[in-house]
Design a protein around this ligand. Sequence first.
Ligand code: DC
Length: 259
Amino acid sequence: MVSDVGSYRTADQRPATHRVFPEDLRVQLLPSGMTTPPRKLIIAIDGPAGAGKSTIASRLARKLGYINLESGAMYRALALKAIEWDTSFDDGPALVKLAHNSRIQIEPSLGGNRVLLDSRDVSQRVREPDVTEAASRVSVHPEVRQWMVARQQEMGAGGGVVMEGRDIGTKVFPRADVKIFLDADPVVREQRRLQQQNVRGAAAHAVASELRERDRRDRTRATSPLVPASDALILDSTQLSEDEVLQKVEAWVQSRLAP
Ligand code: DC
C-alpha cells in the first residue's frame, strides 16, 4: 500500500510530493523475488548540535541495514590528538600535519560509533568537554576540513551509509541521494543536551553557553559554514517526538526513491 500524505518544504522552497510506505523501509527496498540488489543510497543528515541527528541517523541506518557514520567523531579524534601532542587549535597547517600522521578510524556499532585514534579506543574520551570545545576550534581550518572531507568521501563512496555532520549535504556528498537538515529551537536543543548529560545549576550554564558558542562558530566560519543544502528537507524537531521525526525522515527517503 502506498499513501500520499502531503508535501515538505525543501531549502529552496520547492514542494516535494512524497509517498509513504508503511513500516520497515527495508521491506520496500528489497521486494521478494528481486534479482538485482537495490542501489545503496548515500543519506546526508546535517544540523546543529542537539537537534537529534545522532539518534535519528542511527535509527534510520538500523532500519535500512546501512552503516551510520558520525563525521563529528573524526574532528573530535583529531582534536584529542592535538590536546595530547600539545598542538595549537589555531594552527591549521600543524593540525593537518598531525592528521596526516594519525590513524583515525570510525567503526559503526549498535551502540554508536566506536572511535579509534592510532588503534586506541577513545570513544568515551572524545565526548568529554575539553575535546568537544577543541573539535569545534579545530574544525574551522580549511586545510583540516579538506583532509576530513576526502576521508569521509572515501568512507561513504560505496553507499549504504547514513552520514551525519555539518557539511555532508553541501561539501562531502553534494550529490547525496537524500539530504536532511535537522534543526530545533536553540532553547530546546540546550534543554535536550542538559537532560542527556544530566547536569544542573552552574554546570548547566557552562554546557549551555558552550553549545551556543559552538553553534556560533559552526554557522559563521568562513569555510563550509553550517547551512542547509538547497535540496535538503529542512525538518524542525522542536515540537516533534523522536518517532515523529523518524517517520518524516523515512517518508522523505521514500519520496527520493520514488520514480
Ligand atoms: O557532531 P559533533 O558535535 O560530534 O561535532 C564535533 C565538532 O566537529 C563540531 O563542533 C563541529 C565539527 N564538525 C564539522 O565541522 N563538520 C562536520 N561534518 C562534523 C562536525
